[in-house]
Design a protein around this ligand. Structure first.
Ligand SMILES: C[S@@+](CC[C@H](N)C(=O)[O-])C[C@H]1O[C@@H](n2cnc3c(N)ncnc32)[C@H](O)[C@@H]1O
Length: 358
């Protein structure tokens, strides 16, 4: 059996080669993406026990070990110490670290990095076999159990009543996943206000989705494969509301680089501002965070299409600091409680007042 450190060296070399291979091929070949996605899941299965050992069991072991050292120092009696704690700490670190580091290297260099560097990385994770393939299905059925959508509709509908009074409501959801919620919202608005509703949903990842349909007062349109950034090219009229649950704003604010985060979120906000009617609103999720449940659900959702709480923080958590600085464009209000909380980001009419004055 080779020394753990030798194994680690070879694992890192392999991870780098695999990472380069994936980086060059992921975009073009669907079959390679399937292999990549399956490897990602297999690696996640390995990573969780390693994370559990490193973050929980290992510190616990060290704590007890220190406790026993104190007992030995005070009593001079080795027989009070349990056998696993005779192990020398340095040996244990020598043994564990290379294997844990090897797994991390595969996870980060070979798997996370290539997709992360590619613009298509997010898209790939929501595809069939992708790490987040089941996100939409699991989240929707969880929210159905909670009666989430009817509750949240009650929170934002009052903001649309004046628009309905003008004879029509137009909404867009550029990161709609399967478009199921958007379809329901459109029908709920038409039933409630008894006016024609135009709702456009789209998503850049390939997946089963609601089809375009005209029914009663609702004109529902689903555009598959559309990048939210290209929304200005396909929308011919400004909309009254933008539904963006863990979508475009969330992803633009998801980067470790705080400058990039601010720049990208600002650009997304400015794009949304240009697509909205005066007084129009952006609706984002703002559920109150429950970190332990979140981590647990993030693990569950990687393997089965079911969960019992959100597996990630809210959009509001991620973008609040940037939005609050853009009081020139929007004002923000929170509505609802706990898991039903949403943020209503309303476009200012100051611009209009200025234009009218001129
Ligand atoms: C976390 S899911 C949220 C889906 C949906 N809004 C919901 O609440 O059920 C994020 C979705 O956004 C899509 N997405 C992320 N960035 C996108 C972009 N730039 N353009 C289009 N879709 C995007 C993903 O494909 C995925 O379906």
């Amino acid at each position: 059996m080779p020394e753990p450190i030798v194994v680690l060296r070879w694992v890192i070399v392999l991870a780098v080669l695999l990472g380069i291979f994936f980086y060059l091929t992921l975009k073009r070949h669907r079959s390679i993406r399937i292999v990549y996605n399956l490897l990602m899941k297999a690696n996640l299965i390995l990573m969780y026990p390693v994370g559990f050992v490193l973050l929980f069991l290992f510190p616990l072991w060290i704590g007890i070990w220190i406790g026993f050292e104190i007992v030995i120092a005070m009593t001079g009696r080795m027989d009070l110490v349990l056998p696993p704690f005779y192990l020398n700490l340095e040996n244990l670190v020598d043994l564990l670290t290379p294997y844990a580091a090897g797994l991390m290297a595969i996870f980060i260099i070979a798997l996370r990095l290539p997709a992360g560097l590619l613009k298509e990385g997010t898209k790939i994770s929501y595809e069939k076999f992708g790490r987040l393939q089941w996100w939409g299905r699991a989240t929707r059925s969880m929210k159905e159990r909670w009666q989430w959508l009817p509750t949240v509709q009650g929170l934002f509908m009052p903001y649309l009543s004046e628009k309905a009074g003008r004879g029509e409501i137009r909404g867009v959801s550029p990161t709609a996943n399967a478009g199921e919620d958007e379809y329901k919202i459109a029908h709920a608005l038409a039933d409630h206000f008894n006016v024609p509703v135009f709702m456009q949903a789209s998503d850049f990842a390939e997946m089963d989705h609601r089809d375009t349909e005209r029914k009663g007062l609702v004109d529902f349109k689903y555009i598959p494969g559309l990048d939210a950034g290209e929304l200005p090219l396909v929308l011919d009229r400004p909309v009254h509301f933008i539904w963006d649950m863990k979508g475009y704003l969330w992803y633009n604010a998801t980067t470790f680089n705080p400058f990039k985060k601010r720049k990208r979120t600002n650009e997304a906000l400015e794009m949304y501002h240009s697509l909205l009617e005066d007084d129009g609103i952006i609706l984002i999720d703002a559920a109150v965070r429950r970190t332990t449940l979140q981590v647990l659900n993030e693990i569950i959702i990687s393997f089965v299409p079911w969960m019992f709480y959100y597996g990630e923080g809210s959009t509001f958590d991620r973008v609040a600091s940037v939005i609050r600085r853009r009081s020139d464009l929007f004002s923000v209000q929170l509505a609802g409680e706990g898991k039903y909380r949403i943020a209503i980001i309303q476009k200012h009419t100051i611009g209009v007042a200025r234009r009218e004055a001129v």
